[in-house]
Design a protein around this ligand. Structure first.
Ligand code: PMV
Length: 356
């Protein structure tokens, strides 16, 4: 048997590519240690991803984990310190960490300043590397389902929404009566086959403002504590989740669209009605929302929008509407920062890479 000490003598490598995701039913508000106030559901993307390369080597016993972190080729001490404190918080789940030093290199394929949340792809890529390294110390191979559940759990500690990036297609995070096996501590994949209408959902991300957001998501989640509409919001999300599952199964675009937009606007309504209240939408976000509704009325196209905690708009449509939606996208680019838009779609989840 190869002991942990032997294995670490030459260092153990792990490399993963992990995607971002966009929530349709939003997680907004949490309790305890990253436990969501309501269940959420997201689409795993394919074109916005992080690649992380990790090398574990032997540290003085009990003195780990030391961390050297490079982001896009540059040593980044600020990120490194954040990662180190995340790693300390997951020592109870990944006990080998106290005996290793980690060299981590990470990079995104989307521009750092595109206004796309990178925490989901970054934290899931990190968790995948950590759990793969842990596995190389195990005598018996862990099964794939158990591996992904653990990765999702560890990702969640780093950033709640990251736990949903572990699966391709659609993921659900948070205990919910309509989803057997759903859990507050890790995400699960959609428990049934998607209707063919939804098997290739396109997402054109319209970059209204690539800057850093004025109020972070952690501040936003905290402002849900004692929020006047908190209970109503958590119930609304849980009801919307039940309804969107039916739409996804039956191929009901109209209801899918109604629920998705209701969730996006409710998320931003929570921000506006927090104390203190704040706005993350930009005047151009409102122009786009208005134009999407107008285009849909005029053409009957199956297209809808959602937003993350920021001003950028995700335009969602099925594969068979790509041609019909093209003129709308061209028109909307005038409201984007330097006309920037990223063509993305539903993806198949993380990929293990050969480390070079
Ligand atoms: O994972 P966090 O803590 O960055 O929060 C994400 C919150 C939203 O993106 C607004 C919604 C969601 O469910 O992803």
């Amino acid at each position: 048997m190869v002991t942990q000490k032997d294995a670490l003598t030459n260092g153990i490598m792990s490399c993963w590519k992990s995607p971002s995701n966009i929530a349709l039913v939003k997680y907004w508000g949490k309790k305890g240690n990253q436990i969501p106030a309501n269940a959420s559901l997201s689409i795993t993307l394919s074109e916005a991803y992080t690649i992380t390369r990790m090398k574990a080597s032997k540290a003085e016993a009990g003195k780990g984990p030391g961390v050297i972190f490079r982001f896009e080729g540059e040593l980044n001490e600020a990120f490194g310190a954040r990662i180190e404190s995340f790693l300390k918080s997951v020592i109870p789940q990944l006990t080998f960490l106290t005996d290793v030093n980690l060299e981590i290199e990470s990079g995104n394929n989307f521009p750092h300043s595109a206004g796309i949340a990178s925490s989901a792809s970054a934290m899931s890529a990190l968790a995948l590397c950590l759990c793969s390294i842990e596995n190389s110390f195990k005598e018996e191979a862990i099964n794939q389902d158990a591996f992904l559940r653990k990765v999702s759990y560890i990702s969640r500690i780093g950033s709640g929404s990251a736990c949903r990036s572990v699966y391709g297609g659609i993921s659900i995070w948070g205990k919910h009566p309509s989803v057997d096996g759903s859990n507050d501590e890790y995400a699960v994949p959609l428990p049934f086959e998607l209707h063919p209408l939804f098997t290739e959902i396109h997402d054109t991300i319209l970059i209204v403002d690539p800057g850093q957001k004025k109020v972070s998501s952690s501040v936003g989640h905290n402002l849900m504590k004692g929020h006047a509409y908190a209970e109503a919001r958590f119930n609304q999300a849980n009801t919307n989740l039940t309804a969107i599952l039916v739409a996804l199964k039956q191929g009901d675009w109209d209801n899918f669209s109604l629920i998705t937009e209701n969730e996006a606007l409710s998320l931003h309504a929570m921000m506006m009605t927090s104390r203190p209240g704040y706005l993350l939408m930009h005047p151009n976000s409102l122009e786009i929302i208005d134009k999407v509704a107008g285009f849909r009325k005029q053409t009957g196209a199956a297209v809808c929008f959602t937003l993350d905690a920021g001003p950028n708009i995700h335009l969602l449509y099925p594969a068979n509407e790509v041609e019909k939606v093209k003129p709308l996208i061209e028109e909307l680019k005038q409201y984007c920062y330097n006309g920037a838009a990223i063509e993305d779609k539903m993806g198949s989840g993380p990929l293990k890479l050969n480390c070079k």
